[in-house]
Design a protein around this ligand. Structure first.
Ligand code: HGY
Ligand code: MN
Ligand code: MN
Length: 409
């Protein structure tokens, strides 16, 4: 039995409707109303496919099909279901939908796994609401202390536990999962880049994922009247921030080795057209395939910032996330490749420039990922699109791989 394209595209279409920005891409922030609608939809499908449903103290959703060996570790398949602001319908969601379809195929084919199969929908991978990112997987693997978790708040100062309770979740439930209860983690994800499309190849078996550091910088200046304050008497937070940010591209280019640096978020306070900005808060996202290049750029950024830390301008930097580059499991990679070849699906090895939950799990269990092409290499935007045929191919690969791994072969 093969994956059902109609069912897959229907899941993608219906989930994409749970957005706070209809007509302008998918905006599904963690623990928002859109999260709750998507959560209920996902749980409804899990129930339909005969899975036992649970949600942990982070809000991650699990659907489990028990195996014949009691208390055996699970093969987990899934991804995240939150989004960036005005993002696409496939980032994360494709991996959750493919997990649901694998569960449906297990049910239709009356597969009785030896090791349990679990489908997972992870929260806050993007960090769009609470900052940093990978919250669901980091929390599951005990890499997010309860103290740090409790401190998380969104831009409206709503703390994460209140946001959870607002949609009926219980943050007091267990968060950390014993890694011994996980036999492997598999994730299908869109490539979010141009490589597979340019090569006209359907499947990328991911070898390694770049490391990333996310910083939040606060520039404190002095508000003032735009008309009456002489130019030499200003402590303009936005001008100081702009001079720092403008220097970033060259830092990454000088570092080379595909190192990238991005400022995606910038908030100006008090944000009045006739007020000299008193404060600016902006993000810095630094990535490279090798840790040394990330650290070099972080160091240069810190030197740049301290050079602007003068007079009435004060600058504070906070690290929101750091995760080193990860190599995915060699055995799982070879199974994914073998299955792709057996199904005669064109495939190649590929590295990921995007971060993924699989990189968190890879330190605790055998983690593997497959990519499918992104049209024009676009992602994190409403134009994000992937071919349903590729979703079917990816599902068939994960289904056959799950059959093998849940049999313990
Ligand atoms: O930022 C990333 O790489 C991912 O989309 N969270
Ligand atoms: Mn993303
Ligand atoms: Mn993603």
């Amino acid at each position: 039995m093969f994956a059902n394209q109609k069912r897959i595209t229907q899941h993608i279409e219906l989930l994409s409707q749970f957005t706070a920005s209809p007509g302008e891409g998918v905006t599904r922030l963690t623990f928002s109303k859109e999260d709750l609608d998507a959560r209920n939809y996902i749980k409804e499908q899990m129930k339909q496919y005969g899975l036992t449903i649970s949600e942990d103290g982070l809000g991650n959703i699990f659907g489990k099909l028990e195996g014949t060996i009691p208390d055996a570790p699970s093969i987990i398949i899934g991804s995240h279901f939150d989004s960036v602001p005005n993002g696409g319908a496939y980032d994360g969601t494709a991996g959750v939908v493919v997990g649901l379809e694998v569960a449906a195929l297990f049910q239709e084919n009356k597969c009785q796994p030896t090791y349990p199969l679990e489908i997972i929908a992870l929260v806050e991978e993007e960090g769009s609401r609470f900052g940093g990112g990978l919250m669901g997987s980091l929390g599951m693997m005990g890499l997010l202390t309860n103290e740090d978790f409790q401190k998380l708040a969104d831009k409206d100062e709503i703390i994460v536990v209140d946001a959870m309770r607002n949609i009926g979740l219980d943050p007091s439930k267990l968060k950390q999962r014993d890694p011994k209860t996980i036999k492997a983690f598999l994730e299908l994800h869109i490539e979010q880049g141009p490589i597979l499309e340019e090569k006209n190849i359907t499947i990328g078996v991911v070898e390694a994922i770049v490391g990333l550091t996310q910083l939040e910088v606060t520039v404190q200046g002095q508000a003032g009247h735009a008309g009456t304050t002489p130019m030499n008497g200003r402590s303009d937070a936005l001008v100081a921030a702009a001079q720092i940010i403008a220097a970033f591209p060259q830092l990454a280019i000088d570092e080379g080795h595909d190192t990238v640096i991005t400022t995606g978020q910038l908030h100006v306070y008090p944000n009045g057209a006739n007020v000299i900005p008193s404060k600016v808060v902006f993000s810095i996202d630094i990535r490279s395939a090798q840790e040394v290049h990330i650290q070099n750029v972080v160091q240069k950024v810190e030197q740049l910032i301290s050079s602007q830390n003068r007079g009435n301008i004060q600058i504070f930097t906070e690290q929101l996330l750091h995760i080193s580059p990860k190599e995915l499991d060699v055995t799982v990679r070879s199974v994914l490749k073998e299955v792709s070849d057996q199904l005669a699906i064109p495939n190649c090895s590929i590295n990921s420039g995007a971060g993924h939950d699989a990189m968190v799990f890879s330190d605790f269990t055998a983690a593997g990922m497959v990519f499918i092409p992104s049209k024009n290499g676009l992602s994190h935007c409403p134009e994000e699109w992937s071919d349903p045929n590729h979703l079917v191919d990816g599902t068939n690969i994960l289904y056959q791989t799950a059959l093998r791994l849940t049999k313990g072969i």
